[in-house]
Write a protein that binds this ligand. Structure first.
Ligand SMILES: [Zn+2]
Ligand SMILES: [Zn+2]
Length: 364
């Protein structure tokens, strides 16, 4: 079918809005009519070539919409279902079979090669193939193709344009807390970097019963949102060394920290803001090749650092939990989402990159 998509013709260049051809859904595939797609910082990283993805291509990986057609063998979804799209995993490796698809060794190939596992393209134009299947969707478009396992049904009364980021940014931040840290009620947490990922971590820490949820960023414009998402304290990280600012509030440091800014310096600050056996989760995505420095004494005391991709979540289990949090007012997405027509996608990405808007969402 003919669809409208934002096509990246060359790395680092603006998208062009084009009419292209998307395959009909094959066996196991699902066609989604996109209602809204969140802009994630990794879209910008891929567009700028900091992370590799072939061109010409269609990016976008926080899509939500309605099922428009299903391929042969799809039984868990039907035309008209409201859905959030998420990332691909193989479903057959030990990690997938253990309920940990985020650790699937085949995930990178399935999400970032620009084609189906059999090498065929889902998108085409008169000149040939366009690389699609980006994070199993390529959803900066009017329609996107995925597979049934990566598409999560959500209730019809949930505004679709608010929940596309549950498939990436929100599950990354909330999952870092709920699936990795699992903080005890009454414990303390620090979240560094208050974009959508960090705010989701704030919300999850508050929902976990943390007695203090410290939220730090260099941009004070984020503090109102942080309080709305459940922060008990906000810290202007530009006001001095973060470990000292944290200890002015909690003299021994926090029990746990989440680094969601992507800055190597912020990781060290978060790590050193925990007490001597505190735990830090890294979710902020830095360009490939980025190195981190830690003082050996800060490690020797017993602190631990772990990374968590996609919040170590199992999307079909975890996204419904995020929907429940949204319903309870614990994820007030309406406070951070700003919508843009697909034709204004360059402005949406620019506003994300500058920090002017927490979660731009493009509407085809
Ligand atoms: Zn993302
Ligand atoms: Zn797997």
């Amino acid at each position: 079918m003919k669809i409208t998509a934002a096509v990246l013709r060359a790395v680092g260049q603006p998208f062009s809005i084009e009419s292209v051809t998307l395959d009909d859904p094959g066996p196991g595939e699902v066609l989604v009519e996109i209602a809204g797609t969140g802009v994630c910082h990794t879209d910008i990283s891929f567009k700028q070539g900091h992370w590799p993805f072939p061109v010409p291509s269609v990016l976008g990986h926080e899509g939500a919409g309605r099922v428009a057609a299903v391929g042969a063998g799809v039984t868990s979804l039907a035309v008209g279902d409201h859905v959030v799209m998420s990332n691909a995993s193989c479903g057959a490796c030990p990690s997938c079979l253990s309920g940990m698809p985020a650790w699937c060794p085949n995930a990178s190939r399935l999400n970032n090669s620009g084609c189906r596992p059999d090498g065929s393209s889902t998108l085409h134009d008169d000149a040939g193939d366009i690389h699609g299947n980006f994070v199993a969707q390529s959803s900066f478009a009017s329609h996107a193709l995925s597979r049934d396992r990566f598409v999560v049904k959500v209730p019809e009364d949930i505004p679709l344009h608010l929940v596309g980021s549950f498939g990436c940014g929100i599950q990354t931040g909330a999952g870092a807390v709920l699936n990795v840290l699992k903080p005890a009620p009454g414990s303390t947490a620090l979240i560094v970097g208050l974009g959508a990922v960090g705010l989701a971590a704030v919300a999850a820490a508050a929902a976990s019963g943390c007695s203090r949820v410290l939220a730090a960023d260099m941009n004070p414009d984020r503090f109102d949102a942080a309080r709305t998402f459940g922060a008990t304290d906000v810290i202007d990280a530009s006001a001095g060394p973060l470990p000292e600012l944290v200890r002015a509030l909690l003299p021994t440091g926090v029990d746990a920290a989440v680094e969601a800014s992507g800055s190597p310096r912020a990781l060290r600050s978060a790590f050193e803001s925990t007490h001597g056996s505190g735990r830090t989760v890294l979710v902020g995505a830095a360009p490939h090749g980025t190195e981190y420095a830690l003082d050996s004494r800060s490690v020797l005391s017993g602190r631990t650092l772990v990374g968590a991709i996609m919040g170590l979540s199992n999307p079909r289990v975890f996204i419904p939990r995020l929907v429940d949090m949204y319903r309870r007012g614990q994820l007030p997405m309406e406070k951070i989402v700003q919508t843009y027509p697909l034709a204004d996608i360059e402005k949406a990405l620019a506003d994300s990159a500058s920090g002017a808007v927490v979660k731009p969402v493009v509407i085809p």
